[in-house]
Design a protein around this ligand. Structure first.
Ligand code: AMP
Ligand code: MG
Length: 305
């Protein structure tokens, strides 16, 4: 487990105004990390990811057995920050029946005909499951804040500040509702630098196996980098709460991001202090009777044998 003191620096304290420049994108470049050296960090990150995967699988089983809570993990980021890879690596050890991933794309006309939270509500994890939102209702205060013309029919052409404040309030109330109903909500902003995004885009352009990952739309969005960072700062400032905190994860090094997310998820589920359901005396008696009866049965499919 990573020292909780270290994790604290990545949590957006409720009520604070976020300045993304004050959060690192490359944790290995910090003084604390330089002392350790890159190879040590890489090895340690690998161990943490491995450890957390095992704990996470056990935690998910307990989540299912206790049947009192669900977990919702929200991932948001600029393009190429590593959302897909992080989700794949962190969840790779978990029973596929115990988790579900939803990737949200541009809303359909049907979705745009409903309130903005509708499509996300339908995708929430049921009790006992871990649900992952690869993009989420936060897109409705991020991409459309940068491009209000994509808000869809029935929405203002030039939304004012109040419009966005109302959406943040809706989101906070929605998350409060989820928390009250037993959903643990954890939110991750994978914080990548503009330089690292360029490097990853170039890799997609230069490596034939990665061509499919490149979209011209991503280039167009890169030109709005500053507007996106501002929209993220505003959203993170308005919606990091004790019950649904935002984590700003340094994402320039994939192994750092993956280890941090895995550790945070694992620790938060363990902190729920879930327990396997207690078996009643009556049920124990029934189990004993069933065992006795089973032992007396024949292994042959011929009932006379
Ligand atoms: P990708 O995750 O790369 O497949 O891209 C999905 C695209 O859908 C991104 O460009 C998102 O900005 C866009 N998108 C997701 N949710 C919304 C939304 N609520 N409104 C508009 N665009 C969205
Ligand atoms: Mg994309």
């Amino acid at each position: 487990m990573i020292n909780p003191k270290l994790i604290e620096q990545f949590v957006v304290a409720p009520g604070t105004t976020v300045n993304l420049k004050s959060y690192v994108t490359d944790w290995t470049a910090t003084d604390a990390a330089q002392e350790l050296g890159k190879n040590v960090i890489k090895e340690r990150a690998r161990e943490i990811l491995e450890e957390s995967r095992k704990h996470l699988d056990a935690a998910q089983e307990l989540l299912y057995a206790s049947d009192t809570h669900s977990v919702l993990l929200v991932f948001q980021a600029m393009d190429a920050a590593g959302k897909d890879g992080t989700i794949r690596h962190v969840m790779s050890g978990v029973n596929p029946q115990g988790c579900q991933v939803y990737s949200f794309k541009k809303p359909s006309t049907e979705e745009l005909d409903h309130n903005f939270l509708w499509r996300y509500m339908k995708a929430l994890p049921e009790r006992g499951r871990i649900g992952i939102f690869n993009r989420s209702y936060y897109e409705d205060v991020l991409v459309v804040k940068v491009h209000p013309e994509w808000l869809g029919p029935g929405q203002p052409a030039n939304p004012n500040e109040k419009f966005w404040e109302n959406r943040y309030e809706d989101i906070n109330n929605f998350e409060k509702h989820l928390a009250r109903n037993g959903t643990l909500v954890l939110k991750f902003f994978l914080h990548v630098s503009k330089g690292e995004q360029k490097r990853r885009f170039l890799e997609r352009l230069n490596n034939p196996d990665k061509h499919w990952k490149f979209s011209e739309a991503d280039m167009a969005e890169r030109e709005h980098w500053k507007d996106y960072q501002k929209a993220f700062e505003e959203a993170l400032s308005a919606t990091s709460t004790r019950r649904a905190p935002w984590h700003v994860i340094p994402a320039d090094r994939k192994y750092v991001a993956r280890a941090l997310v895995a550790d945070i998820v694992c620790t938060a589920i363990q902190d729920l202090k879930l327990e396997f359901p207690k078996v009643s005396a009556e049920k124990m008696a029934k189990l004993a009777a069933a065992r006795e009866r089973l032992e007396k049965t024949s292994n042959s499919d011929n009932p006379e044998a």
